[in-house]
Design a protein around this ligand. Structure first.
Ligand SMILES: [Zn+2]
Length: 193
């Protein structure tokens, strides 16, 4: 029989074992034996965005280009954990920017979203961090980020109706200053495929 104890030295697994006992569970019962180790691995994976620098992600994928029309990547799925309850919030991120001589490889934008969502977060902060990361790495004319998400800490505890979404946005540069640019972006985001 495998030991019901977590691997020695895995502090998260040991904490989860204590948590299970505190909740009134028997951490040594069959179904829970491997749970502390699993939770530890899951938590480490879901928070692996700490310490990753946005500039390192986009470093090899920023290209000089004269293109000066709006670039929009929409419906980027994300899964994060709220920093108040460590419960999931998840949904879609829509990103737009107006290049000023530099564009970024499109696959890097979802990767940026992943880095900021794989931390304990609040939605407003994550929205701003994604916008500021693009702003600092590309120095574009402007950036817009819209995040739509469901928060399980509110839905599961009955604070909010299940399925309700919270929408946040961050507009920088021309997206903030120019109502037409902002409207063009929001129109592209709202338009279904
Ligand atoms: Zn919460």
């Amino acid at each position: 029989m495998a030991s019901p104890k977590p691997e020695p030295g895995d502090a998260i697994a040991e904490l989860v074992e204590s948590l299970l006992a505190e909740l009134g569970e028997d951490p040594s019962r069959q179904g829970l034996k491997a749970t502390p180790g699993r939770v530890s691995r899951a938590m480490r994976e879901l928070t692996d965005g700490y310490g990753v620098k946005p500039e390192d992600i986009v470093a090899d994928a920023v290209f000089d280009q004269d293109y000066d029309e709006m670039v929009v990547v929409k419906d980027i799925p994300f899964y994060s954990l709220c920093e108040h309850h460590m419960l999931p919030f998840f949904g879609q991120v829509h990103v737009g920017y107006l290049p000023k001589g530099k564009v970024v490889g499109l696959s890097k934008i979802p990767r940026l979203v992943e880095v900021f969502s794989h931390r304990l977060q609040i939605q407003e902060q994550m929205t701003r961090q994604i916008a500021e990361a693009l702003n600092s790495t590309l120095a574009p004319r402007g950036v817009g980020v819209v995040v739509e998400a469901r928060h399980l800490c509110m839905e599961m505890r009955g604070v909010e109706t299940p399925g309700g979404r919270m929408i946040t946005s961050c507009m920088l540069g021309t997206f903030r200053r120019d109502p037409r640019t902002r409207a063009e972006f929001l129109d592209l985001v709202r338009r279904s495929a």
